[in-house]
Design a binder for this molecule. Structure first.
Ligand SMILES: *Cc1c(COP(=O)(O)O)cnc(C)c1O
Length: 401
């Protein structure tokens, strides 16, 4: 991978996570600007034919074309890699683009993916319907049971894929345990870290090989841009995934990269605020007579609370709960909201509310939904940055009490 000729500011050893988020890998141009510039250019100039040939051959550092690398995109990639504790990062036009690029770069016909059953719907579609067409087979297991992962391995398993915590029930997988299983089988472990971000969980430090982000969610954090990234080693991400991206062109735009780069600067602060408010909401829901069950890893009697404390440094901004009275009662809560946004997006400054059974999980059969534990009374809230008392007041309208 090219060395960035415009990088006077690599991450320094020993910097804490908030310093990395604000300072690591800032691009700096000839005008000594303080805030990162947006390099809105598709291609780059050379002094002469000799230099152009040297840069094209990779003998001299330099930018060629923004489908390959752009300075603003590179700054976002390098800062996210530093925050995740990985060697290299490749940014993509969306979170799905990051998963697709990594799979197409690393897998071939005849390979097998072992994935958690509870992953994002589009990821299931990508594995089943798209990669399946090209001879890559996927099978699905319960993410919480290490034995199920062990039993699901095949001689051609190349990749283990997990989202932890899962959506919408916030179940978690033991990342270190999964990394051992993957490596024992000669496979790689890929973790979708969208819900927690590097601020609350660093899968590479727990043994994972690849970390996927939908930057669309918490990294932007304000619901403006779509983008994604994959973080991993120089050999796998910096070389193999990068070579795929520069040819296939699922690249991130400089403007979106700039939004995400600035988003990273406030990510540690925002994640703490999301966590604090989610904890307060979970405690309030827990004591509400119309609420049957609350799904939130920060509750001390959650069966996975101990594992969450071990591998996460916070419980995240999502809270799910079962309302008594099934679908009608759940829809009543949504329809009574005046403040909360009725949308499936998450990781925004604004609190959002969704009914998974009729939206994100509507296309699976009722039997499959039951098996997954997604009932008609289930609601998922992505807690934003408003005053939590106002969010509670809004939910109270439909729940009563
Ligand atoms: C949104 C999301 C994705 C896909 O990201 P896009 O940016 O929408 O392509 C992948 N995984 C998880 C967990 C998500 O929430």
């Amino acid at each position: 991978m090219q060395k960035n000729p415009l990088h006077p500011n690599p991450a320094e050893k020993g910097w804490g996570p908030a310093t990395l988020a604000v300072r690591a890998c800032e691009p700096r141009g000839e005008f000594r600007e303080h805030s990162a510039p947006i390099y809105a250019t598709s291609s780059f100039l050379f002094d002469n034919a000799e230099q152009m040939a040297e840069v094209f051959a990779g003998h001299e550092p330099g930018y060629v074309y923004s489908r390959f690398v752009n300075p603003t995109v590179r700054a976002f990639e390098d800062r996210l890699a530093a925050m995740e504790g990985g060697e290299a990062c490749v940014a993509t036009g969306s979170g799905m683009g990051a998963i697709l690029s990594t799979c197409l770069a690393l897998l071939k016909a005849g390979d097998h993916i072992l994935a958690s059953r509870t992953i994002f719907g589009s990821t299931i579609g990508l594995f089943d319907r798209i990669l399946g067409k090209f001879g890559v087979e996927t099978s699905f297991v319960d993410p919480t049971e290490l034995d199920a992962w062990r039993a699901g391995l095949r001689s051609n398993t190349r990749l283990l894929f997990v989202e932890t915590p899962s959506n919408p029930l916030l179940r978690i997988a033991d990342i270190t345990g999964l990394a051992d299983i993957a490596h024992g089988a000669g496979a790689l472990l890929m973790v979708d870290n969208c819900f927690l971000t590097p601020v609350l969980q660093q899968p590479i430090k727990l043994g994972a090989d690849l970390v996927i982000h939908s930057a669309t969610k918490y990294i932007d954090g304000q619901g403006r841009c779509v983008g994604g990234a994959v973080v991993g080693s120089n050999a796998v991400v910096g070389d193999e995934v990068f070579r795929f991206l520069r040819t296939a062109g699922v690249s991130l735009s400089p403007f979106n990269a700039w939004v995400f780069l600035k988003g990273l600067e406030t990510l540690p602060l925002r994640m703490r605020a999301h966590c604090d408010s989610a904890a307060k909401l979970a405690a309030w829901l827990r004591s509400h007579p119309q609420v049957e069950r609350v799904y939130y890893l920060g509750l001390p009697d959650d069966p996975q609370h101990a594992l969450a404390c071990k591998q996460q440094s916070g419980f995240g901004g999502l809270v799910s709960f079962d309302v008594k009275g099934g679908r009608d009662a759940a829809w009543h809560v949504i329809n009574a909201c005046r403040l909360l946004s009725v949308t499936s997006n998450l990781g925004d400054t604004r609190t959002t509310i969704t009914h998974p059974a009729s939206t994100t999980h509507a296309r699976i059969t009722e039997a499959a939904r039951q098996a997954a534990g997604i009932g008609q009374g289930l609601l998922r809230v992505s807690v934003g940055l408003e005053d939590i008392d106002d969010v509670i007041t809004d939910l109270q309208r439909g729940l009563g009490g």
